[in-house]
Design a protein around this ligand. Structure first.
Ligand SMILES: NC(=O)c1ccc[n+]([C@@H]2O[C@H](COP(=O)([O-])OP(=O)(O)OC[C@H]3O[C@@H](n4cnc5c(N)ncnc54)[C@H](OP(=O)(O)O)[C@@H]3O)[C@@H](O)[C@H]2O)c1
Length: 335
């Protein structure tokens, strides 16, 4: 039997997710790859999608988008990416229903895992590195990015935030990190002693960001929070600056008076990896996946795992995935 995580309605993931048993998949067809999963990641976005699911579903809705595993079989005549072979380790994204012991994936989304990467890193090798690539590309559209302009990012201690920091250091992009707690700031400072970090729990944190910027204009900001925090970040931007919103952690809306946008000529941009996967060309996706692998290889130490659970401990896993102060992503080993 195959054990798969599903939900049949929206709501708190710890309450609505269940593990069902279904027949094991048969041989893959043309264009498909059969994978026995070894680990999958619980992304905050997975949980938001489950919470926001409208009403009751007629059929169980399979959960998850990213998983790593071993290729069991490749469908006849299937073109696979370089390195994908029977017995080889792979990661899949976007794969609706990735939270399952067995996955039948479209060959297009199956990526070989370099030998140097552990299963723990492999399980996180696509979504967050690709998000980092997507954000960086968006920032590069600003003329000052990579020159005198400075980048500010909020939730900088997050898994994505640590990759953004590592990539910014590699490319010599000036960055000021923002986290919510002094504890988080101390933890991030230990990892990246050369990158200034400011905690929003300190009143006057915005002035601390200005001080850390040392007179350089804040041309781009990355923000997965929104709400009041994003409003302050808009204030920090230089005229012509851009706020790239890529998450919805705050419950309240971002409230901005038209005059702020008008007089400072600001740009507000939303980015999400779901759109990347449906809108980017096949060439762009292949190139970005290659970059994501490079990020995983170069920044292995930034792919922390907060904890690993079994399928029988799913409620604990999803509760841990949103626990304040955790560092890294929560993984589930499905066997
Ligand atoms: N747009 C996309 O395609 C895309 C792709 C990937 C991720 N994301 C988003 O990016 C964000 C980070 O993802 P991740 O996988 O890196 O998550 P993660 O490792 O679980 O980190 C979550 C981070 O959010 C911070 N946080 C949580 N609630 C907060 C609040 N109310 N105020 C301030 N900070 C708060 C946490 O800070 P503490 O350390 O203080 O707890 C932690 O640093 C999520 O919102 C996710 O949905 C978006």
């Amino acid at each position: 039997m195959n054990r798969r995580v599903v939900h049949t309605r929206g709501g708190l993931p710890s309450e609505v997710l269940t593990v069902i048993e279904e027949p094991e998949p048969g041989e893959p067809g043309g264009g498909q790859v059969l994978i026995r999963t070894t680990a999958f990641t619980v992304h905050p976005g997975d949980l938001q999608a489950i919470e926001a699911y409208p009403g009751e579903a007629g059929q169980p809705v399979p959960a998850g988008v990213e998983a790593t595993g071993v290729v069991e079989a490749i469908g006849p005549g299937t073109r696979v990416a370089p390195g994908v072979e029977v017995g080889g380790r792979v990661t899949v994204f976007p794969q609706p229903g990735a939270w399952s012991q067995w996955i039948v994936a479209d060959a297009e989304v199956v990526v070989a895992v370099p030998d140097e990467l552990s299963d723990e890193v492999a399980a996180q090798m696509l979504v967050n590195p690709l998000t980092t690539v997507m954000l960086r590309r968006e920032a590069e559209e600003h003329l000052a990015f990579g020159y005198d302009g400075l980048l500010v990012q909020t939730a900088a201690g997050s898994s994505v935030g640590r990759l953004v920091t590592g990539v910014s250091q590699f490319h010599n992009v000036a960055l000021v990190n923002v986290v919510r707690s002094d504890r988080g700031a101390a933890e991030l400072h230990k990892r990246f002693p050369d990158v200034p970090v400011v905690a929003t729990e300190d009143p006057g944190w915005a002035d601390e960001v200005r001080k850390a910027a040392g007179g350089r204009p804040v041309s781009v900001a990355f923000d997965p929070i929104g709400g009041k925090l994003a409003e302050t970040v808009l204030d920090l931007l230089t005229p012509g600056g851009k706020l790239v919103s890529y998450g919805q952690i705050a419950e309240e809306p971002i409230s901005v008076h038209a005059s702020t946008l008008l007089h400072k000529s600001l740009t507000l941009r939303g980015k999400n990896i779901g759109r990347w996967s449906t809108e980017a060309s096949a060439e762009r996706r292949a190139s970005d996946v290659a970059t994501a692998k490079q990020i995983a290889l170069a920044l292995k130490d930034q792919f922390d795992v907060a904890a690993t659970y079994g399928l029988g401990e799913l409620a604990n896993a999803v509760e841990h995935a949103v626990r304040p102060g955790k560092v890294g992503l929560v993984l589930v080993r499905p066997w």
